[in-house]
Write a protein that binds this ligand. Structure first.
Ligand code: PAF
Length: 303
């Protein structure tokens, strides 16, 4: 099943590369060794499945930069709180694999929980202040789980580059920090948010929205655009930019706002007054029905 260069004939005689499914560390190591023999870089896209065009943009970017692309699908229990959506998180393995193959992914790693967290597991990975505020405050322990599983996956896959979507902006900074701090030999690449036609950032959790909530969810993007427009019109006060975005959300009936925050784009430190030297990031988190939605935008003065 996992030999190095599987190809399959398709109609018309065209050869199509098949995607390999790797279910354990042994198969993964064998796949990696064969790819290393062939030469060229290995790109890695970690996911929790329930894939959408945002994930596929990561696979495609990895394919442009690397000779070999491997994704993982693992719904990581340690990054969910006890009251969170671990058990109902969408698990759509077959459509996910079809989408990955179509996007040019060469292999997918599909570990079981016991493969990642074997009997007796007791190690933790904690990133400091970057992980404490915003989503870290609302979801205690979430980023510890993310940092842990990303460290394990990077160690297992040993890619040259790993690709993350910037919708999870805080997660991206945390992963970049831990890779630097632990001197992991991998380049961390962050790629732009992919949006629906009305601006809603693509997310596996959008499928929790009812049709009526789905319409209202576009207000997250509009709130960010309103804040960016205010900055471009000369507004410098972080609190005022936050007020403008929050008002936008509330007007759209999104009253369960967890946070609206203008922060330094690299450190996520609060910003009192925006300067011309640095474009800050605005981050939002909102509860809408049974979904929790996040989004962000660099409040750039010019495009
Ligand atoms: O962003 C995600 O899908 C997850 O947090 C990740 C990085 C795959 C870790 O489980």
């Amino acid at each position: 099943m996992n030999d190095a260069s599987r190809t399959g004939a398709v109609e018309g005689g065209v050869e199509e590369k098949l995607m390999e499914r790797l279910t354990n560390a042994f198969e993964l190591a064998r796949w990696r060794a064969a790819r290393r023999m062939q030469g060229g870089m290995i790109g890695f896209v970690p996911t929790m499945g329930a894939l959408h065009a945002g994930h596929l943009s990561l696979i495609e970017a990895a394919g442009r930069q690397c000779a070999h692309v491997v994704a993982s699908i693992f719904v990581n229990p340690t990054q969910f709180g006890p009251q969170e959506d671990f058990s109902r998180y969408p698990r759509t393995l077959e459509p996910d694999c079809a989408m990955l193959a179509e996007a040019g992914c060469d292999a997918v790693y599909l570990p079981e929980v016991a493969e990642i967290y074997p009997e007796g597991f007791q190690t933790s990975v904690r990133v400091g202040s970057l992980a404490e505020d915003l989503c870290g405050r609302v979801r205690p322990g979430h980023f510890d789980g993310v940092a842990l599983v990303v460290t394990i996956l990077l160690n297992r896959v040993q890619p040259d580059s790993a690709f993350f979507g910037l919708k999870d902006y805080q997660q991206f900074l945390i992963v970049r920090r831990l890779v630097t701090d632990l001197a992991l030999p991998v380049q961390v690449v962050g790629l732009p948010i992919i949006r629906e036609a009305d601006g809603l950032a693509m997310s596996s959790r959008n499928r929790y929205l009812t049709p009526e909530e789905r319409v209202r969810a576009a207000a997250l993007h509009q709130a960010l655009l309103a804040a960016r427009a205010a900055r471009r019109a000369g507004e410098e006060v972080g609190r005022e930019l936050e007020r403008i975005a929050r008002a936008h959300l509330e007007q759209a009936g999104l009253d369960q706002v967890e946070y609206v925050a203008v922060r330094a784009a690299d450190s996520l430190q609060p910003i009192t007054r925006v300067t011309d030297q640095e474009d800050p990031v605005m981050l939002l988190a909102v509860r809408l029905g049974s979904a929790r939605l996040i989004d962000n935008m660099i409040l750039a003065r010019v495009d």
